[in-house]
Design a protein around this ligand. Sequence first.
Ligand code: NAP
Length: 493
Amino acid sequence: MTSQDRQNPSVIVIGTGMTGLQLVIKLRDAGITNITVLEKRDGLGGTWRENTYPGVACDVPSHAYTYSFEPNPDWSNYFPSGEEIHNYFTKVFYKYGIDACTRFDEAVTHCSYQSGRWTVKTSQGNTYVSDLLFCATGILHEPAFPDYPGLDTFEGTMFHTARWDHSVDLKGKRIGVIGVGSTAAQAIPELIDLDGTDVTVFQRTPQWMVKVKDRVFSATDKARFRKHPYRMKIFRELSLLSFRLNTSAITGDGIVDRIQHRILAWIARRNLEKSVWDADLREKLTPHYKFGCKRVVINETFYKAIQKPNAHLITEGIERFEAGGIVTKNGALHGFDVIVLATGFNPAAYMRPMEFLGKGGLSIEQAWEKKVRAYRSILLPQFPNFFLMLGPNSPIGNYSVIEMAEKQTDYAIGLIKKWQSGDLPTIEVKPEGLEGWSALLKANMGKTAWASGCQSWYLDGDGDPLSWPDSWNKWVAMMETPDSHNFVLSKSD
Ligand code: NAP
């Protein structure tokens, strides 16, 4: 490929979620305009298209869950609803003309690196070829289903929260919900408040919950935001700052981190004590693991809702499903018309399912045989000119993934510029680079709350956190540090 060709390389971006859209915008800003976006479904929005359960919202403040380059003075609330977030992304999609390069209903089935380029095949039978490939395929997109005996014998309606069946009228129904994570905590109060429902929640492990009051932005607030954009910027920065501090309390073990952790744990315990009056119920809802070990649930409605007369919390383990409902280990049958599986996601799916082959036909399954990992979360040896956005050990947690995706994109564009200038022959990390990265992660994992002894989707098969195990600021500093020595610089590397 000549250096002339490298100035405007062809790029394929897979996915039109939050990450994919900003990628297109930032790549174009960097002078890269030959972009094709492939989207598996008939609409954009990623997680905000897939998750439409009642109560779906973002527990990251709206002005922090906004692209840095596209502030939105019109957010209705401090915590925006899923629908409003989806509308924001739709607006961005059309405003920036991303529709012109997007092909919907093109699920990618195969990607392979051949003769220095990426070949991409889709469900429509189309084949595309590009110089650079980005998977902006999200993290939590593959629902996790329980495997209780008799699951398929249930004769009522059953669906996962990420596949909500809006054709089912839930009013007056006996509803069973499995799970009490961030999703369930938002959906359960809505179900309990529906006319005539009787809602039974199956809790395997209680969650630490912190109450942060939502706030409606008035017409005056919005007018002020519009007139003085710096107000939005301040609001955004303050929100992000508080998240940064909270993240350090979970990943750090310095004196400030430990004090911060104690304060947050106290706030969560106090929230439970002040919100739940019945001692038995309170005990059932009390986690017996370190605060922050599982993702902290930010919610102000669940505790109130679970105390309503038409709500029941079951902590007895589930034995099996049968035609009429769920049988718990004490032999009791809980009869339902509808069962909602709020059982979370497989966190290691990333770009899959698709055949994904690097140099010499190395499959992603082979590359990840021992461990799911990627250098600085986004690069893999033997997979040149490929970027896995929000890959393993991205700093996920109670933080804005938008901020994260933007930083990763800036890092990727920095590498592309080095490749365009000829400093890098290809964008390919050396195996030693990945080993060094793994060692860095390993050295820090032990001090995080995630590794303190609970089960959660933050942990991989080895019990190692799948998130960045240090502070946000250190992550940003690292992503801004040049690292050419970790890249293949010649054929002998
Ligand atoms: P989750 O946090 O993984 O929670 C799954 C729940 O289902 C847990 O209570 C889990 O119990 C339970 N569960 C799973 N399998 C089970 C089984 N076989 N039997 C009984 N219970 C079972 O999933 P999620 O609530 O969907 O949230 C996933 C992530 O999505 C969150 O951590 C967050 O990152 C993101 N999210 C964000 C927001 C937001 O507002 N920003 C909202 C929703 C979701 P155990 O704890 O015992 O495993």
